[in-house]
Design a protein around this ligand. Structure first.
Ligand code: PLP
Length: 400
């Protein structure tokens, strides 16, 4: 297979031997697949090499760095942490999600799932403290599976709300399953996993507002779209100020292109203040979050990217993604291959091609009777470029 995307700074064919043939083979497989892995929301044209050069040059790989502790407490616990930078990362991002940087709390998480876990955990504690009752969790049937799994883990009653053909939670269906006698913990999907749909928070909030006696906590699962929306023309669609949600989770290995799983969890300071104290003397800290040890390296990478790329860099990438999404749509239209997409989404659904094409481009499969049954999608990330799309379209034409 040819290397179809012109990546900067890469020499795919050049393998530095490890001394272990199994590893060398694996490197070859990864480097071949990298430019045309189209079905998942990961950027495969990232480059953290300057970060690693700095990291190794300073002997930091010899230290056991660890951010155990609360980056906002200001307490000095374990000396070998990067908490200061973690806090700065949260404070830098908060305004892009419409939070007041002075009334915010957050951490760099291990993943989007970890962020959702904190959103649900904080939501339950907040609602219980206010009402003395356990909440019911509401989430759509198109949301990421982690939300159902976490509801199970946290022993919550989850009510799954039906979504429309585009994958958005249906307000009338929410009302049908709503129990206004119990507090409501609702998860809004911003970029549902398969269809890339965005729940209409204003319409759903209007349903909840009909029951003013019901306490509500809103968590936004924005693992993918939380990355590029703030840098796109649709920034208001994710604004806390506009929408009034309490917390948000974002994955940083998706749009932000950090090269290992991590994420952001951001919430209103008031929500953090309502959490249960956990004074852990040996950490000199009040540990209100779930995990003890947390990565010190991911916050450093994030901080590095903020300085190197910042708003302008991510804005350019968001615009490129949007342009390439339209290019893919244009090409599918031209060859008359059935497709669907949501406004401001970089996820394009289409009729599922052969197993050969599915495998070649690492496409992921979906199913919806209402859209003709078997589906697949491409998530247009930074490495999905004209050349790759053209080759994909050629492969589709061969199947017609
Ligand atoms: C990817 C994704 C998740 C899971 O995030 P991880 O970082 O993989 O744990 C959750 N929700 C949505 C909408 C996602 O796209």
């Amino acid at each position: 297979m040819d290397n179809i995307v012109d990546f900067k700074n890469t020499e795919e064919s050049h393998i530095v031997p490890s001394g272990f043939p199994e590893l060398d083979e694996w490197v070859e497989v990864i480097n071949k697949a990298r430019p045309i892995t189209f079905g998942y929301p990961a950027n495969n044209n990232m480059d953290m090499s300057d970060f690693y050069e700095w990291f190794f040059a300073n002997g930091l790989s010899k230290a056991s760095l660890n951010n155990a502790g609360d980056p906002f407490s200001g307490n000095k616990g374990y000396a070998l942490s990067s908490s200061k930078f973690e806090r700065e990362v949260i404070e830098w991002f908060a305004p892009y999600y419409g939070f007041n940087a002075k009334k915010v709390w957050g951490i760099v998480t291990m993943s989007g799932t970890d962020g959702n876990n904190h959103g649900i955990f904080f939501g339950v504690k907040y609602l219980r403290k206010k009402t003395g009752k356990n909440p019911v969790l509401y989430v759509s049937d198109e949301a990421h599976y982690s939300n159902y799994r976490l509801a199970d883990l946290q022993n919550l009653e989850a009510r799954i709300v039906k979504s429309d053909i585009y994958g958005c939670m249906i307000p009338e269906e929410l009302e049908k399953v709503l129990d206004p006698t119990r507090p409501c913990l609702i998860i809004y999907a911003m970029g549902s996993t398969f269809k890339g749909s965005i729940d209409n928070q204003k319409a759903l909030n209007a349903v909840l507002a009909k029951y003013p006696e019901m306490e509500v906590y809103r968590h936004v699962d924005a693992a993918l779209f939380g990355g590029y929306l703030p840098f796109s023309e649709f920034a208001d669609k994710i604004s806390h100020q506009e929408l009034g949600y309490q917390s948000i989770a974002i994955s940083s290995h998706k749009f932000f292109s950090i090269d290992s799983p991590s994420g952001l969890f951001i919430c209103e300071r008031e929500i953090y203040d309502a959490q249960t104290d956990f004074n852990v003397l040996y950490l000199n800290n009040n540990m209100r979050m779930i995990n003890c040890s947390r990565s010190a390296i991911e916050p450093l990478k994030f901080w590095w990217l903020i300085k190197k790329k910042g708003y302008a860099g991510w804005r350019a990438e968001a615009m490129q993604i949007s342009a390439m999404t339209f290019y893919l749509i244009f090409c599918l239209k031209k060859i008359d291959w059935p497709f669907w997409y949501n406004e401001c989404s970089n996820t394009v659904l289409f009729k599922r091609p052969s197993a050969y094409v599915m495998d070649k481009y690492s496409l992921s499969a979906g199913y919806d009777e209402r859209l003709g049954g078997e589906l697949a999608h491409i998530v247009v990330m930074q490495h999905v470029l004209r050349k790759g799309i053209d080759q994909f379209i050629e492969d589709l034409v061969k199947e017609k």
